[in-house]
Design a binder for this molecule. Structure first.
Ligand code: 5GP
Length: 122
């Protein structure tokens, strides 16, 4: 899938839309999800134009990848869930119901999250 720079997260990165920022480094931005599903629900996005984890892993520099994953860990710290526990989730493509075509990791925490997912079938 080609990157579409009109997506919501690209617009947040350009400052065209607001976000509740948690932290930022040279390569990543973390902010609160607009529709939180758990008491703590953050999104971490790379600043570069990548559609998915596969796109990011294939094309991003080592510095971008390190900066991104450091931001994920630091965001969990900032949210206060690093000790109590949290779940990372990255949706990719239609089966995963990815809504925003800019690579992002969700961080869920602040509550007992239960088993991973309801069992899914075709
Ligand atoms: P996806 O299904 O693509 O993994 O999740 C996209 C997430 O982005 C959803 O959890 C949704 O609530 C969140 N989201 C969509 N639009 C906005 C927005 O304008 N601001 C913020 N902060 N989150 C958004």
């Amino acid at each position: 899938m080609a990157y579409d720079d009109s997506n919501i997260f690209a617009r947040i990165l350009r400052g065209e839309l607001p976000c509740k920022r948690i932290l930022e480094n040279d390569h990543a931005l973390a902010f609160h999800d607009i529709n939180p599903l758990t008491p703590a629900h953050a999104l971490v996005i790379p600043k570069g134009a990548y559609v998915s984890m596969a796109d990011f892993g294939a094309k991003a520099s080592n510095e971008e990848i390190a900066g991104f994953f450091r931001a994920v860990a630091e965001t969990a710290e900032q949210l206060g869930v690093a000790e109590s526990g949290y779940r990372l989730l990255a949706n990719a493509g239609p089966d995963a119901h990815q809504e925003v075509p800019h690579f992002h990791v969700h961080i869920f925490g602040g509550a007992r999250l239960g088993p991973m997912l309801p069992k899914a079938t075709r």
